[in-house]
Design a protein around this ligand. Structure first.
Ligand SMILES: Nc1ncnc2c1ncn2[C@@H]1O[C@H](COP(=O)(O)OP(=O)(O)OP(=O)(O)O)[C@@H](O)[C@H]1O
Length: 645
C-alpha cells in the first residue's frame, strides 16, 4: 500500500494565532479539505445469530460476505443493491457505527489513511446522515441549522460568520423557500418530506466533514430534489471529501455523478469499481445493458432476487450467486475494485484528539433555548395545561363546594386530596413520556457527533420545563382550594397546598424521564407509565392504610410518590381543623379534629418533612434518569482489524 505521507505539523510552522485563524477558516471553508480521508476495507464479514423457533436452533446469518474496496478522498461512492442486501450494514461498518448486537460477529480490515483510527476521532471528522430525519420539530430550518452550527463550529467563529455559513448551506440545498418554516411532525405540519430530508443533510454538513456517509439520502424525494441533493454531494466530493451513500434506484443523471459503484446482493459484492466501467463489466458477464436504459435500473434488475414464484426465485438467486462468484474470481476483487492505489491521496493518519466545540455553559444555554422555544411553540400543549387546569379546578371545586366540616366531609376531603395527587402525577408524566421519548432520538444523533455533554442537555430540559409545568397546578389549585373551602381558608395553607402540587408535578416528571429513558419508543413508554402510576396509587395510603400493608411489602410505600404527596396534602389540610358532629349516626363515634383523621390514616410526618422527602425523591429520580440517558448512548462494535501489507 502507498506509504503514509507524514505532513509537518502546522503548529510548528505557524504562530499560535495564525493556526487558530487557519483552523477557523478551515471549519467553514467547503472548497478545501484539511483532512482528506481515504477508506480501505478488506474482507469485511458481518453476521448475526438468529434463533429458529421451529428447530430451536441458533443459526448464524451472514449479512456481509467478504466485502473489499477502497474509497479515496475526493470520490463519491454509491452502494447499490436490492432491499435487504446489506447496504445499511456496510455503511454502518465503514462509518464505525455498527451497533452492538448480541451474538454478532464483525471481522475484516478497515483502515483510514492506511491506519486504524480511534472511532471518536473518526466521528469528529465524519458525518452520518441516517434514514430517519430526527430533528426538533418546533424549530425552523434556519434555527435547526444555526443550533447545529453553534454546537459544531469553533466558538471563536463569530455569530455573523456562522449566519453566513448556514445561509450558504441553505442556498446550496435549495431550502431558501422554507428557511423560516418549522420542521414539524405528525401533530403539526411543517416542511415537506423532501425539505426535511435536505434539512437533515444540512445539519450533517455543518461541521464541514471530511467524509460523509448517507443512508438512502434520496428516499422520499422527487427526482428533481434527489438530483439537487446528490449534486450537493458531488460538489462536496469534488472538493476533496469522501462521500459514501447507499442509494436505491438513482436516475441516470445521478448515476453519472458516481465515481465508484459498490453493488451488493444477498450480502455479497457483485461489483466494485468505476461506475463508468460497470456496464462493460456486466456486458462481459452476459448481461449487456440495453441501449437507452438507465444502467442503475438494469443492475438492480440483474442483482435482485425475485420471489414472485419458486422458479423465479431459484433462477434469480442462482444468477446472483454466479455474479458474486465471478466477482470473487476477478483479480480486482481483493484489491478494492479497479480503483487505482495511486489515486489515494494519503495524508497523516487521522489524529486521536476530538473535543466538543463549545463550553459546558454554552451547551447548556443552547439546549435551554431550544427546549424553551420548543415548549413555547407547543401552543396546544400549553393551552391544554391552562384550559385543563381551569377545567379540573372548576369541576372539582363545584363537586366539593358544599362539603363543609361535617363528618361526611372527611371522606370528601381525603378523596379530593388523593385525586389531586393522581391528577398531577398523570398529567405531568404523560407529557414527558411523549416529548422526551421522541427527543431521545435527536439526542442520540447529536451525541454521536459530540455536540454536547448529556448533562447540559438534561439540566437544560429540566429547567426549561419548570414554568410550563407550574401552569396546571397553579390554575387547578387556585380554583379548587377556594371553591372547595380547603385548608380552612388560610392563605398559608393555600401557599403550601400550591407548592405541594407543584412539587408533585416535578417528581412525576422525573419518573416520566426514567420511563422515557428505559423505553425504546413512545408506545412502550405510554404503556409503562400508567402501570407505574397505578402501583404507586395502590401504595398511596388511600385505598389501603399504610399500616395494613403486609410486612414484606411495606418497603414499596417508600417508592410511591402518592404516599408522601398524599400525606403532605392531608397534613396541610387536617392539622388545624375541627369537624361538627351533627351528622353522626347513632352508634357512630364522632371524629372531632383533623388530627384524629391523620391518626386514622397513620400519617405522622410534618409538612417540611414531606417537602424534604419529595426533594430527595426528585434528586434520586433525576440522577437515575440522567444515568440511564448517559448509559443509553449507543455502543458500536469495532471491526476486528489487521493491517494488510
Ligand atoms: N441487528 C439485526 N438483526 C437482525 N437482522 C438484521 C440486523 N441487522 C441487519 N439485519 C438483516 O440484514 C439484512 C441487511 O440489512 P440492511 O439494513 O443492511 O439492508 P439494506 O440493503 O440497507 O436494506 P434496505 O434497502 O431495505 O434499507 C436484512 O435482511 C436485515 O433484516
Amino acid at each position: 500500500m502507498t506509504a503514509i505521507v507524514q505532513q509537518e505539523s502546522p503548529e510548528t510552522t505557524l504562530g499560535a494565532e495564525a493556526v487558530t485563524v487557519k483552523k477557523q477558516q478551515a471549519a467553514t471553508d467547503r472548497t478545501t479539505n484539511a483532512n482528506p480521508i481515504s477508506l480501505s476495507f478488506q474482507n469485511v464479514n458481518y453476521s448475526i445469530s438468529t434463533y429458529d423457533k421451529k428447530t430451536k436452533e441458533t443459526k448464524t446469518k451472514p449479512i456481509l460476505k467478504n466485502i473489499s474496496g477502497l474509497a479515496p478522498s475526493g470520490s463519491l461512492v454509491a452502494i447499490m443493491g436490492p432491499t435487504g442486501s446489506g447496504k445499511t450494514s456496510l455503511l454502518n461498518v465503514l462509518a464505525h457505527r455498527c451497533p452492538v448486537v448480541k451474538g454478532a460477529s464483525l471481522t475484516g480490515t478497515l483502515l483510514v489513511n492506511d491506519s486504524q483510527v480511534d472511532p471518536k476521532a473518526f466521528s469528529h471528522l465524519t458525518s452520518y446522515v441516517q434514514q430517519d430525519d430526527a430533528m426538533f420539530s418546533a424549530l425552523t430550518v434556519k434555527e435547526t441549522l444555526m443550533t447545529a452550527a453553534h454546537f459544531q463550529l469553533p466558538s471563536a467563529i463569530s455569530q455573523s460568520e456562522k449566519d453566513d455559513y448556514v445561509d450558504s448551506i441553505i442556498n446550496e440545498l435549495g431550502l431558501n423557500k422554507c428557511r423560516d418554516t418549522i420542521i414539524g411532525d405528525a401533530k403539526e405540519r411543517g416542511v415537506s418530506g423532501g425539505e426535511r430530508k435536505r434539512a437533515n443533510i444540512g445539519v450533517e454538513l455543518i461541521k464541514n466533514p471530511s467524509c460523509m456517509f448517507l443512508d438512502e439520502p434520496t428516499s422520499g424525494l422527487d427526482s428533481f430534489q434527489a438530483q439537487s441533493v446528490m449534486g450537493a454531494m458531488r460538489d462536496l466530493a469534488s472538493h476533496g471529501r469522501t462521500v459514501i451513500a447507499s442509494i436505491h434506484q438513482p436516475r441516470s443523471s445521478i448515476y453519472k455523478m458516481f465515481d465508484q459503484l459498490l453493488l451488493i446482493s444477498e450480502g455479497s459484492c457483485i461489483y466494485y469499481g468505476s461506475a463508468n466501467d460497470a456496464v462493460a463489466y456486466f456486458s462481459d458477464r452476459g448481461h449487456p445493458c440495453p441501449t437507452l436504459y438507465n444502467p442503475a435500473d438494469y443492475f438492480m434488475d440483474v442483482v435482485s432476487p425475485d420471489y414472485r414464484s419458486k422458479e423465479l426465485e431459484v433462477s434469480s438467486l442462482s444468477r446472483v450467486k454466479d455474479l458474486a462468484a465471478a466477482w470473487v474470481s476477478n483479480p480486482k476483487s481483493s484489491s478494492g475494485g479497479d480503483v487505482e492505489e495511486g489515486t489515494l491521496t494519503h495524508t497523516a493518519p487521522v489524529g486521536k484528539t476530538f473535543k466538543i466545540q463549545s463550553s459546558w455553559f454554552r451547551q447548556f444555554q443552547l439546549c435551554f433555548t431550544r427546549a424553551f422555544i420548543t415548549l413555547k411553540r407547543s401552543k396546544i400543549a400549553t393551552i391544554g395545561k391552562v384550559v385543563g387546569g381551569i377545567f379540573f379546578g372548576l369541576v372539582l371545586g363545584a363537586l366539593y363546594s358544599e362539603s363543609g366540616y361535617n363528618q361526611k366531609s372527611i371522606q370528601d376531603r381525603t378523596g379530593l386530596l388523593f385525586f389531586l395527587t393522581i391528577n398531577q402525577t398523570f398529567g405531568n408524566m404523560i407529557g414527558v413520556l411523549n416529548s422526551f421519548t421522541n427527543e431521545k432520538v435527536v439526542v442520540e444523533r447529536e451525541r454521536a457527533s459530540n455536540s454536547y455533554h448529556v448533562s447540559a442537555f438534561y439540566l437544560s430540559k429540566f429547567f426549561a420545563e419548570i414554568p410550563f409545568n407550574m401552569l396546571g397546578p397553579i390554575f387547578t389549585g387556585s380554583i379548587v382550594f377556594w371553591m372547595a373551602g380547603l385548608g380552612a381558608g388560610s392563605v398559608m395553607n393555600f401557599v403550601v397546598f400550591l407548592l405541594m402540587l407543584i412539587a408533585i408535578g416535578f417528581v412525576a416528571i422525573g419518573l416520566g424521564m426514567i420511563i422515557a429513558c428505559l423505553a425504546p419508543d413512545v408506545e412502550t413508554a405510554i404503556s409503562l407509565g400508567p402501570i407505574s402510576v397505578v402501583l404507586m396509587i395502590l401504595f398511596g395510603g388511600f385505598y389501603i392504610n399504610i399500616e395494613s400493608l403486609p410486612v414484606w411489602l411495606q418497603w414499596v410505600q417508600y417508592l410511591s410518590l402518592m404516599r408522601f404527596a398524599f400525606e403532605g396534602l392531608a397534613k396541610n389540610e387536617f392539622d388545624a381543623v375541627t369537624f361538627t358532629c351533627d351528622d353522626v349516626r347513632p352508634g357512630q363515634v364522632c371524629v372531632e379534629t383533623g388530627k384524629e383523621v391523620l391518626d386514622k390514616l397513620s400519617f405522622t410526618m410534618s409538612v417540611p418533612q414531606v417537602f424534604l422527602y419529595l426533594f430527595i425523591f426528585l434528586c434520586v429520580e433525576h440522577c437515575l434518569a440522567f444515568y440511564l440517558l448517559e448509559k443509553s448512548k449507543r455502543k458500536y462494535t469495532q471491526i476486528v482489524a489487521k493491517k494488510v501489507d
